[in-house]
Design a protein around this ligand. Structure first.
Ligand SMILES: [Zn+2]
Length: 80
C-alpha cells in the first residue's frame, strides 16, 4: 500500500493510520477523519444526509412560496 500523501511526505492519520492528506499543526488526518474532526464527529454519510435534508426543506419552502404567489395572482385577477 502506498503511504505517500498528496504532498509527497510519509504521514499517517492519527485516527485510522491511513495515509494523511491534511496536516493540522502536529496532527495529521486522512481526508475522512479530518472531515469527521471538523464536523464534530459526524460521518461523511451523516453530513451528506443533513445537506440533502436541508435541500429538501428549502425546496419545500420554495414550493409553498410559489403556491402562495399563484394563489395571490388568482385573487388579484378577480379584483381587477
Ligand atoms: Zn483517518
Amino acid at each position: 500500500m502506498n503511504k505517500i500523501n498528496i504532498y509527497g511526505d510519509y504521514k499517517v492519520c492519527i485516527k485510522c493510520k491511513d495515509p494523511a492528506d491534511v496536516i493540522e499543526g502536529t496532527k495529521d488526518y486522512c481526508i475522512e477523519c479530518w472531515h469527521d474532526h471538523v464536523n464534530n464527529g459526524k460521518s461523511f454519510k451523516e453530513v451528506d444526509k443533513q445537506i440533502k435534508e436541508e435541500e429538501r426543506f428549502i425546496k419545500k419552502k420554495w414550493w409553498k412560496i410559489t403556491q402562495l404567489i399563484k394563489y395571490l395572482m388568482k385573487i388579484l385577477n378577480h379584483l381587477f
